[in-house]
Design a binder for this molecule. Structure first.
Ligand code: NAD
Length: 363
């Protein structure tokens, strides 16, 4: 039996080619991993009647560790996001998105090393919405008026923003525990508590209480308003360390951070709960590049690097990261996006699998 069994969800769009590159690199480190492949997304709808069949969830629950490629979400109509459903069903409440500079990738900045810790289950992403014109929307509009909460235009659609004490406690504790385990110095809570007093105000109050619990940990704590954070991230990206925040700000700031380090092609992520962990890149399925062997698999491969650390395979994780730094640093056998940002032309770029070959040679 292999030392580790990991659920592999290839996804769709560029997902399958990226996960192929990723498994090749991970296997080349010599780590003893067996992949239990579980398909999800639009392509399995016909066969199972759902984009997220129960056996996929069972596989992750059993193995406790999973890695996936991106999965397309139809816009406007069709099923809700499989990615969001996976996080919800498995209660993967902490979304970790490290953003660190990889010299030579053509990004505007160097020396960035920050981590976005995004709450993954509540806030405006809870999925509690009332369609414009529906009975529910009318009831809620009347309820708000009856309780003196304010007037809402009758032709409004509504999305609720629930933030709880327990949800905030566990995400802020997760941020502190991560900071301690990874030799970090500071945790910053990001919010809009000056305006959203009942939701973000509660988030900030609870974050401060949790910070008190960690007063002796040596980890500093402060807080920042989300708009000011955006400006300071762009002005001084090297200032930041661990940032913990509600779901929506986390979604936006992790893309902003991906931009700071040179783009979505290199930004990895992890979704972590008390039972299971699911690793995936920040980017989506980029359908226009699907099946063309063009997309950059670095984000998928660095997500596997995070997974290897989670599995205790530190040496293999370090070797993967070193190989990425070396191959991107040399700037020869890299994908089109890195060639373009570094040299202003895609000329001489290599495909997804050829880049993986270069990494394997440098492991
Ligand atoms: P996207 O991240 O798929 O692509 C945006 C652009 O970023 C691409 O056109 C491409 O130029 C670039 N890009 C992304 N990944 C790249 C890579 N690996 N290499 C090189 N360039 C890359 O975002 P989108 O177009 O907004 O979304 C497409 C689909 O993906 C949607 O259906 C969306 O719902 C889904 N999505 C899934 C996830 C996930 O699986 N977790 C995350 C985000 C979006």
């Amino acid at each position: 039996m292999a030392k580790h069994t990991v659920t592999l969800i290839p996804g769709d769009g560029i997902g399958p080619e990226l996960t192929t590159a990723m498994t090749r690199v991970v296997e080349a480190t010599g780590v003893d991993i067996e992949w239990e492949v579980a398909e999800a997304g639009a392509d399995v709808m016909d066969k199972y009647g759902t984009p997220l069949p129960e056996h996929v969830l069972e596989s992750v629950r059993k193995n406790k560790v999973a890695i996936k490629g991106p999965i397309t979400t139809p816009v406007g109509t069709g099923f809700r996001s499989v990615n969001v459903a996976l996080r919800k069903e498995l209660d993967l409440y902490a979304c970790l998105r490290p953003a660190f500079s990889i010299p030579g990738n053509g990004s505007r900045y160097e020396d960035i090393d920050l981590v976005i810790v995004r709450e993954n289950t509540e806030d405006l992403y809870a999925g509690i919405e009332f369609e414009q014109g529906s009975e529910g929307a009318a009831d809620l509009i009347k309820f708000a008026a009856d309780h003196g909460a304010g007037t809402i235009r009758p032709d409004s659609g509504l999305s609720l923003k629930p933030i709880s004490i327990s949800g905030t406690q566990r995400i802020v504790r997760h941020a502190f525990d991560y900071a301690i385990a990874n030799g970090r110095k500071k945790v910053t809570a990001v919010h809009k508590a000056n305006i959203l007093k009942m939701s973000d105000g509660l988030f900030l109050k609870v974050a401060r209480e949790v910070a008190e619990e960690y007063a002796d940990s040596g980890i500093e704590f402060d807080d920042y308003i989300v708009d000011a954070t955006c400006m300071q991230l762009v002005l001084h990206p090297e200032w930041w360390d661990v940032l913990v925040m509600p779901n929506l700000y986390g979604d936006i700031l992790s893309d902003l951070s991906a931009g700071l380090i040179g783009g979505l092609g290199i930004a990895p992520g992890a979704n972590i709960g008390d039972e299971c962990a699911l690793f995936e890149p920040v980017h989506g399925s980029a359908p226009k590049y699907a099946g063309k062997d063009l997309a950059n698999p670095t984000a998928e491969i660095l997500s596997a690097m995070l997974m290897l650390r989670h599995l205790g395979e530190t040496d293999a994780a370090d070797r993967v990261l070193d190989a990425v730094r070396t191959v991107i640093g040399e700037g020869e056998r890299v994908t089109y996006d890195i060639k373009r940002s570094r040299f202003g032309t895609t000329e001489g770029s290599v495909g997804t699998q050829a880049y993986a070959d270069a990494l394997i040679e440098h492991l």
